[in-house]
Design a binder for this molecule. Structure first.
Ligand code: GDP
Ligand code: MG
Length: 440
């Protein structure tokens, strides 16, 4: 599993706030491996990893951001930058032309997209111009029926350009026209000729290239040829319900300077999704939660109140947990979200472990937090570093100094004890997992 080896090399950054050249090198190699196995074009992978490497070495991680999160954020940003948002498709009258090789999923996608537009309150029609493939008419008609949308085709006419022209006329009551075309097993001049002529008659607002998710390094040539002949505005990736990760689409998007419009995820007309970069990128890298993590790092960067000290949630898992740690953790919660969610992002500490913890161990209300901070301000450094030495006379002094009650101070110490115990549990489980990993 590639995702897990990428996670493995990211794990080595645990607790670090600076990244060495070797660290970056290793991570970049893992990312290259993930992308290449997802069928992303080799030269594109090289380009991507160069810019990731450059940024990871040159940019300074913001205070309080673990190096691992920082590198992941760069990876995520570079991929988002390349893939971009989904192809813009206004919910209004328009004509869409589908291009692609035979078997890529054009006819299925035409019906799916028509269904999708119908769920948005529009009236779509599918125009079928494939006169090349036997049974194309029946297949398209049946799928349009399943999608409950208007349909035009003519099995008795062998001129696809004429069918396209008639089709638009005959379905003039529809507002979204989706024109399906024939494919061939390979790119041939007559296919290109045909689709250029259809394009001339149909004058589409948007031309989409339909690609099977399993397409590998061939994506580049196809994208280039279709782009040169009709101009490609977006890509539809089909068969994402299989094992292929659809990296070829990245190549096509890069080659045509376009974006991804839809994802096909099954054989039924409802198995279609509008493209959304987060899930797709996580799938490409074989990792979950990437966008969430990137957002958190972003937020932490925006609010750099905890700048004075590099605080890393993973630091808590090493060594003694002190009241200072608890205070920093409480401050950081404002920036990074609740501790239990921060814990989720640390590899090896999934929800399975978290579920074994008492519910309120991680829960400090805003109110209590503010009170605790006032109390801690009245403590000496030694007391914060070694809270166990705080006795009755210190409690009285701290309560007086902070204008709180002795009960408040005791509550704080109770909270501390509970968190310390929790952290110890984490530490125990962490090292157990470490042991298991080493023994494998
Ligand atoms: P065309 O030749 O480009 O029109 O491709 P078709 O639409 O006829 O699809 C070719 C085959 O792929 C058919 O058997 C479809 O059922 C199948 N297919 C298309 N899209 C998907 C998809 O998203 N998932 C799965 N599992 N199969 C698909
Ligand atoms: Mg077809």
């Amino acid at each position: 599993d590639l995702g897990s080896s990428l996670r493995g090399s990211l794990d080595k950054l645990r607790g670090k706030s600076r990244i060495s050249e070797e660290d970056v090198d290793e991570i970049v190699k893992e990312i290259q491996r993930s992308l290449i196995s997802a069928d992303v074009d080799i030269s594109l992978v090289q380009e991507l990893s160069d810019s990731i490497e450059e940024r990871a070495l040159e940019e300074e991680p913001p205070a309080g951001t673990p190096a691992r999160d920082f590198v992941l954020r760069i990876v995520y940003e570079e991929l988002v930058d390349l893939i971009g948002d989904s192809t813009e498709l206004p919910l209004e009258e328009q004509t869409i032309l589908l291009a692609g090789l035979q078997g890529s999923g054009k006819t299925t996608s035409a019906a799916k997209m028509a269904w999708w537009f119908s769920t948005k309150g529009l009236r779509p029609a599918v125009v079928q111009t494939d006169t090349f493939r036997p049974g194309a008419y029946d297949q398209a008609k049946e799928m349009a029926e399943r999608a409950e949308v208007d349909f035009y085709g003519n099995p008795d006419n062998d001129d696809p350009v004429e069918i396209a022209r008639n089709g638009l006329e005959e379905t003039s009551e529809a507002d979204v026209h989706i024109v399906d075309t024939a494919g061939r097993h390979a790119l041939e001049d007559d296919l290109i000729d045909e689709i250029e002529q259809i394009e001339g008659v149909v004058e589409p607002d948007t031309s989409l290239l339909v690609l099977d998710a399993a397409i590998g390094q061939g994506a580049k040539d196809q994208a280039q040829q279709f782009d040169e002949s009709i101009g490609i505005d977006g890509v539809v990736i089909t068969k994402l319900d299989g094992t292929a990760k659809g990296g070829g689409a990245l190549t096509a998007v890069d080659q045509t300077d376009s974006s991804i419009a839809f994802l096909g995820t099954g054989e039924e007309v409802q198995d279609v999704e509008r493209f959304e970069p987060d899930g797709f990128i996580s799938r490409l890298l074989g990792m979950g939660d990437l966008s969430q993590l990137a957002e958190r790092v972003e937020r932490a960067m925006e609010q750099t109140e905890i700048e004075e000290e590099d605080w890393d949630p993973e630091d808590m898992l090493q060594g003694q947990f002190t009241l200072n740690d608890m205070q920093k953790q409480m401050e950081a919660m404002n920036n990074m979200g609740p501790l239990d969610q921060v814990m989720d992002m640390i590899p090896g500490f999934g929800s399975g472990i978290k579920d074994q913890l008492p519910d309120d161990a991680m829960d400090v209300t805003q109110d209590r937090m503010r009170r605790f901070q006032v109390i801690m301000d009245s403590m000496t450094e030694a007391e914060k570093e070694y809270p166990k030495a705080i006795g009755q006379s210190q409690i009285e002094r701290i309560a007086r100094g902070s204008g709180t009650s002795e009960e408040d101070v005791r509550q704080l110490l109770e909270q501390y004890k509970m968190m310390e115990k929790t952290i110890k549990q984490f530490q125990g489980m962490g090292s157990e997992q470490e042991m298991q990993r080493m023994m494998k």
